[in-house]
Design a protein around this ligand. Structure first.
Ligand SMILES: Nc1ncnc2c1ncn2[C@@H]1O[C@H](COP(=O)(O)OP(=O)(O)O)[C@@H](O)[C@H]1O
Ligand code: SF4
Ligand SMILES: [Mg+2]
Length: 371
């Protein structure tokens, strides 16, 4: 396949489209997906995870995460994508130990996470959350040194604190660290603020970063730099990461594997090239089809149908009210009943190079449907 054909649909306008050097080379090379790394065992995993929030404003309970299996390997970057409200942040916060799930479990290094204060404290040394808005994450009255030293101090890591802070700042690209330690957040650019937040996470020597929309509040010009930093940290420190993003361009540029979430469930998971270039689930295809496409001069479009509501999950396949594959079935096709009445089995954490939660996935002819 020619290089130009390897662009995911919409990559040029997908927000993080022009990521010169993200993968360590010029712009053209930056959109080559990373090789999927050989399996080295899961560092982080969720099994059958469910998070139900109590009803608000007279509505029923919200099943924000509704039976999710997902695994992240050592040194692997997994992108979690999906529309707003599909449960990405709830899953990320559960992985970071900030939400105690209603059902299922989070596992780190093959052991279930316990929710005692001591167990959570230990866990957070290994799994660190990076949020979308660095300005909100940083205390405006705390200088860079204190911001980065906060985690180590809380964990009693006071020995060689200055060296630990310097090293974390350098690793985060704030060099020389001496030029930054005395500054306050308002004296830094958005990109530098996000680097300070990442340095704060690194100061604890974690194995995994869980980053919730880590570049969506940043200018397009610095998004690529922050993504490149996360890639470098993986390469230099062997860090694993789960990157939450509604932006498929971010997933394309950084991930080894992509998991697509719809209404609290993972509906498709596989290598970045499989999922973004050869999507099989009708929802993944719909997400890709509405991206802007500079080659076809097509502006972004809205996904058809009602946005999903976790307080009113449809029976059968939860995507069926919006599904173009179901809509294209001939009248009287018996498979339509399956879609409308039978829940689709939950995907396991791994299995083959790609998993798809669709009753008709086996029948789907990828050449038949327009992407
Ligand atoms: N604390 C909460 N109480 C009730 N509902 C919530 C709460 N947090 C999130 N939700 C609901 O759960 C669903 C998933 O939210 P979220 O995980 O933030 O989605 P995403 O990050 O994909 O936009 C949304 O419908 C949201 O309104
Ligand atoms: S199971 Fe049916 S409704 Fe659901 S995604 Fe597949 S074709 Fe569409
Ligand atoms: Mg979110």
């Amino acid at each position: 396949m020619a290089a130009a054909d390897d662009d995911p649909p919409g990559s040029a306008g997908a927000g993080a489209g022009d990521l010169a050097g993200t993968r360590g080379g010029p712009a053209a090379a930056s959109i080559v997906p990373a090789q999927t790394r050989p399996a080295a065992g899961n560092v982080l995993e969720v099994r059958d995870l469910t998070v139900v929030f109590p009803g608000r404003r007279g509505r029923g309970p919200a099943r924000a995460v509704d039976g999710v299996n997902l695994a992240v390997d050592h040194g692997e970057i997994v992108a979690l994508i999906g529309e707003s409200g599909c449960g990405k942040s709830t899953l990320a916060r559960s992985l970071a130990g900030l939400i105690s799930p209603t059902g299922g479990e989070v596992r780190y290094e093959d052991k279930p996470l316990r929710y005692s204060a001591a167990a959570l404290r230990e866990y957070r040394r290994h799994v660190q959350l990076v949020l979308q808005d660095p300005a909100g994450a940083l205390n405006p009255r705390q200088n860079v040194f204190d911001a980065v030293a906060e985690g180590p101090r809380l964990h009693g890591l006071r020995r060689d604190l200055a060296a630990r802070v310097d090293s974390a700042l350098s690793r985060s690209g704030l060099r020389p660290p001496g030029q930054f330690v005395a500054r306050y957040p308002h004296e830094l650019s958005g990109g530098q603020q996000q680097r300070v937040v990442i340095a704060g996470a690194l100061a604890l020597g974690p194995s995994v970063l869980v980053a919730d929309e880590p570049v969506s509040s940043l200018d397009a010009s610095v998004r690529g730099e922050i993504l490149k930093l996360i890639l470098d940290l993986r390469d230099q420190l062997g860090l694993s990461a789960l990157i939450v993003s509604h932006d498929l361009g971010v997933a394309w540029n950084i991930a080894d594997r992509v998991a697509v979430m719809y209404l609290g469930r993972i509906v498709e998971v596989g290598t970045v090239a499989d999922v973004l270039l050869r999507p099989e689930h009708p929802y993944t295809r719909a997400l890709i089809s509405v991206l802007p496409d500079s080659r076809r001069d097509r502006p972004p479009a809205a996904l058809p149908g009602e946005p999903p509501d976790p307080t009113a999950i449809p029976p059968g396949c939860r995507f069926h009210p919006r599904c173009p594959r179901l809509a294209a079935l001939a009248p009287g096709d018996p498979r339509a009943r399956l879609c409308r009445e039978s829940d689709v089995p939950v995907l396991p954490p791994r299995g083959g190079s790609r998993l798809v939660a669709c009753h008709l996935a086996e029948d789907a002819d990828p050449m038949r449907e327009e992407r």
